[in-house]
Design a protein around this ligand. Structure first.
Ligand code: NG1
Ligand code: ZN
Length: 550
């Protein structure tokens, strides 16, 4: 087939008309909107994924139907490139244009222009693998996606209900099958086997961890963590909570990683479950984010976020590389965003190079690829560690001269297996944390004491047009509206250790204000004062002005 099957696409497209005037934008998290408006978008993404596969010489492309930590009524879709990574940004623009064509006719002509511009060889095969989370709107959206596959003639594999990171794993496993870079068996069984075997090897000779409470956000993490528990058996005792995937409205509601990070509170459902000193963690709705927390002996809540995970993991890897005698051959680095707590940046910078990039996983991932071992975590708990192929080859070919070196090298090899290097993976990251805690003989308190977080506050501001906000320097400075950054600086300087920045969200129609300062009261005050200034500059309806919270 050397031209688009226009007749077939028309027939199917008429079944999935664009009914809503909404503007669809393929942002940092793909398309994300109320589930009910997404039918036409899913159909078109099905076609686009087929074309992406053709463009990539018939390699398998992934599609995940999820809205992550958003409320249950939202849904979304994102594409995964053949190496298991996020869709190439140049295609995000095409996705947006195709999703917004108002009629089948316009959709077809845009599609034809796009095939021409990208010089897509339509005779190539199209292969896709797709999955969804547990949202009630998922089945209908998947049906629309499947119509897209049928319209373009893609060979489609349904991975069922699974986590975003497992879908990324499958994409990479399928595309590396039978090659030197084989990522693992291309099945959920392959994923669980890879993780659980590496975990057991890394814990050999260490005491079994005490039971870990896992808040599954009433989402897809629940059935998947339950399966993982079977593979890990007695090596990792887990207490799964918030597993009610069939309870309407329960997903991400008063629980989950985003609730933990944004409210800085323990989920109410864990109040009676969690014992002082016991480790707990929360996944988000598609299980790619992870937050840890605990109650101290006085019953006070402490959060161990993505920054604390980065600090724990980075210092462990630095030590292993030294113990392996490879510190001159392996360049390790950490990547953060402006949301990283100032104390974490200080802690990490004394140990290894730290780079700050714009918000969004793709920026972190790409920056981490510049190191031999690149560690990246967003404060919100999304992150992973990348080991370059060259380093993995060096590790497996290494001739250690001492027993200590040999042990350290084996640990590094097993870590590279344990970590889902395609994308942040709450379950893989959780096992990583447990490994480091076991090796260090740390409980939560010792881990928490690596450094003390600066109190911080994140505030959303509803403005008329968030597009007038433009930033530079990894989103740490506003260049537009003019003069606003100076006001932010003046206010920040009034507070001890004050730091603040303002940027437009990539996933919500809001502007975000982040502030940190020496005390909680100061951080709150700074955030709300800046939110007020932002609102006065660009807001609309006065009832939406952020209220002072002191
Ligand atoms: P936006 O809405 O652009 O702030 C949010 C998160 C990001 C990232 C994306 C993608 C914060 C402050 N922002 O982006 O870190 O995770 O969603 O899901 O947490
Ligand atoms: Zn997520």
């Amino acid at each position: 087939m050397n031209s688009l099957p226009l007749g077939k696409i028309t027939l199917f497209s008429d079944l999935h008309p664009k009914l809503y005037p909404a503007y669809f934008n393929y942002g940092t998290a793909g398309f994300r909107m109320p589930g009910k408006v997404l039918d036409s978008v899913l159909f078109r993404v099905g076609i686009l994924a087929g074309l992406r596969s053709k463009k990539m010489d018939g390699k398998t492309v992934g599609i995940m139907v999820t809205a992550s930590h958003n409320p249950e009524t939202d849904n979304g879709v994102k594409m995964v490139d053949p190496r298991g990574e996020m869709l190439d940004s140049s295609w995000e623009v095409y996705a947006t244009t195709l999703a917004n064509s108002s009629t089948t006719e316009m959709f077809l002509s845009t599609l034809e222009e796009f095939v021409e511009a990208e010089k897509i060889d339509l005779s190539k095969p199209a292969r896709v693998v797709y999955a969804r989370d547990t949202r009630p709107s998922g089945p209908a959206l998947v049906a629309a996606l499947e119509d897209g596959f049928a319209a373009i003639g893609a060979e489609a594999r349904n991975a069922g209900i699974t986590t975003t990171p497992i879908l990324h794993y499958l994409v990479k496993a399928i595309n590396t099958k039978g090659t030197e870079e084989c990522f693992g068996d291309d099945s959920e069984h392959g994923y669980f086997t890879k993780l659980s075997e590496a975990f057991k090897k890394l814990l050999l000779g260490k005491p079994t961890p005490s039971p870990l409470v896992i808040d599954c956000a009433n989402g897809v993490g629940a059935p998947i963590a339950a399966k993982l528990a079977q593979y890990l058996a007695a090596s990792m005792p887990m207490l799964l909570t918030n597993t009610a995937i069939d309870n309407p409205g329960a997903l991400n509601n008063l629980c989950g990683a985003d609730y933990i990070k944004t409210t800085q509170k323990i989920p109410p459902s864990l109040m009676t479950v969690l014992q002082p000193g016991q480790r707990a963690c929360s996944l988000d709705g598609d299980a790619d984010r992870l937050m840890y927390y605990y109650l101290d002996s006085r019953g006070q809540y402490h959060m161990l976020d993505g920054d604390k995970i980065a600090a724990l993991v980075a210092s462990f890897i630095v030590e292993l590389v030294k113990a392996a005698g490879l510190e001159n051959r392996i360049k390790i680095g950490v990547v953060q965003t402006a949301y990283a707590n100032g104390s974490s940046t200080k802690y990490l910078s004394t140990r290894l190079p730290v780079k700050c990039v714009s918000t969004g996983v793709k920026h972190l991932h790409h920056a981490a690829e510049h190191y031999d071992v690149g560690i990246y975590f967003e404060a919100n708990g999304h992150g992973t560690v990348l080991f370059s192929q060259q380093i993995q080859n060096i590790l497996s070919g290494c001739q250690p001269s001492t027993l200590a070196q040999s042990i350290a090298i084996n640990h590094l090899i097993n870590l590279a297996q344990l970590i889902n290097q395609t994308v942040g993976d709450a379950l893989s990251d959780m096992l990583l944390v447990e490994v480091v805690l076991a090796h260090r003989s740390y409980g939560c308190v010792e881990w928490d004491s690596l450094y003390t977080d600066l109190p911080n506050r994140l505030v959303k501001v509803l403005v008329e047009d968030r597009n007038i906000f433009k930033t530079e320097d990894a989103e740490r400075r506003l260049v537009s509206p003019p003069g606003l950054q100076e006001k932010i600086n003046d206010l920040s300087h009034k507070y001890d250790s004050g730091r603040s920045f303002v940027r437009p969200s990539g996933t919500e129609d809001v502007v975000r204000v982040y502030a940190e300062a020496a005390t909680k009261q100061q951080a709150d005050e700074l955030a709300f004062r800046i939110a007020g200034v932002v609102y006065d500059e660009a807001g609309g309806d006065a009832s939406q002005r952020p209220m002072e919270f002191l």
